[in-house]
Write a protein that binds this ligand. Structure first.
Ligand code: ADP
Length: 324
């Protein structure tokens, strides 16, 4: 009901909608209408009431509310079902919990803040309130478990495309899961999997995009290595539009991947990559290799040419890559 009232106010704005009309449309009492208006105000919507004229919407809050994300989203399945949290430990943990309880393909879990955000190797991911887009998608692709990391690469392509569309900023992809602007990280992606030998039960693609942080919003130790879209473009970015475009791009690339396989995704990934045909250092917990990032194979593994000429195949699991 609240969503219907909101939609009506949005459609008519800047005109006023009379309380009477809302009563009639929703078939409720004046008191009920007043309660919905109050609830919207408590969510941060600015609504002016004028005697005899009714209500008009004068401001929309900077929140990733499901009703805002859905409004204008033309996706077929991705992001049709949304769970929204003001604060959460991690959206990936919530997504896994919901997937275990039966939520399926395309479910979106979004939070304004994560208090326990993590990177691939368990390192802390900084996700402050209202400043970024911190979300996870539940997917159940009909592929074998080893192919799951292709979704990470697909996600990188989708997010980079959305960022370009919404802000004009060209983010580069750093293998396997980061988006960079210049040399600074603007987005991290963490894919987690529940699978059996031959089958994926569900996959959770967690994505964190730094959107409206100012430089001073980052902890000291990240200021050299992290960027936000606001900082790069010198303007505040509409988070709702960006997540909508990201969901649209994701659904499009996911469809391409399911229909045509990994090749078109990989081709686009390579075009957007900043960690190919350049010297890199690969670090594993007890070892590291310097070499030339020569190519990505059909499974998404990095092919590293070592100084002695040998070609080393690196899978993303326990390593991190540094551009040297
Ligand atoms: P990588 O895959 O690059 O090795 P992770 O995926 O493990 O790194 O991400 C965690 C790292 O990202 C942390 O060690 C930290 O340096 C950095 N980091 C944490 N939060 C942010 C953020 N919001 N923006 C950019 N970088 C961040």
């Amino acid at each position: 009901m609240k969503e219907i009232v909101l939609r009506l106010l949005k459609e008519r704005s800047p005109e006023y909608v009379s309380g009477e009309e809302i009563c009639r449309l929703l078939n409720v009492t004046r008191t009920a209408v007043w309660k919905h208006i109050q609830a919207l105000r408590e969510s941060g919507y600015e609504i002016e009431a004028r005697p005899r004229a009714g209500y008009t919407l004068t401001g929309i809050p900077d929140r990733l509310y499901p009703e805002e994300i859905r409004d204008g989203l033309s996706n077929r399945f991705l992001g049709r079902k949304i769970y929204y949290f003001d604060t959460v430990s991690t959206t990936n943990d919530k997504a896994k919990e919901l997937a275990r309880q039966g939520d399926g393909e395309g479910t979106l879990i979004v939070a304004e803040e994560q208090t326990g955000g993590k990177g691939r190797l368990g390192r802390k991911w900084f996700a402050p309130k209202y400043k970024g887009i911190w979300f996870s998608l539940i997917l159940c692709p009909p592929v074998l478990p080893p192919e799951a990391n292709q979704v990470t690469m697909l996600a990188a392509v989708a997010v980079a495309s959305a960022i370009k569309k919404e802000t004009g900023i060209e983010a580069g992809i750093k293998w396997p899961n980061d988006l960079l602007v210049g040399s600074k990280k603007i987005c991290g992606i963490l894919t987690e999997l529940s699978a059996e030998m031959e089958r994926i039960n569900y996959l959770v693609a967690g994505i964190g995009i730094n959107v409206n942080q100012d430089e001073t919003d980052f902890p000291e130790e990240l200021r050299e290595s992290a960027a936000s879209l606001k900082n790069e473009s010198k303007r505040k970015i509409d988070r709702v539009r960006l997540i909508q475009t990201t969901l649209a791009e994701f659904e499009r690339w996911y469809g391409t991947w399911l229909e045509q396989g990994f090749a078109p995704v990989l081709a686009r990934w390579k075009e957007m990559s900043v960690s190919l045909n350049c010297p890199v250092r690969i670090s594993a917990p007890n070892n590291s290799w310097d070499g030339w990032a020569e190519d990505i194979d059909g499974d998404g593994a990095l092919l590293l040419r070592l100084p002695g000429g040998e070609l080393k195949r690196v899978i993303s699991g326990e390593v991190s890559l540094r551009l040297s």
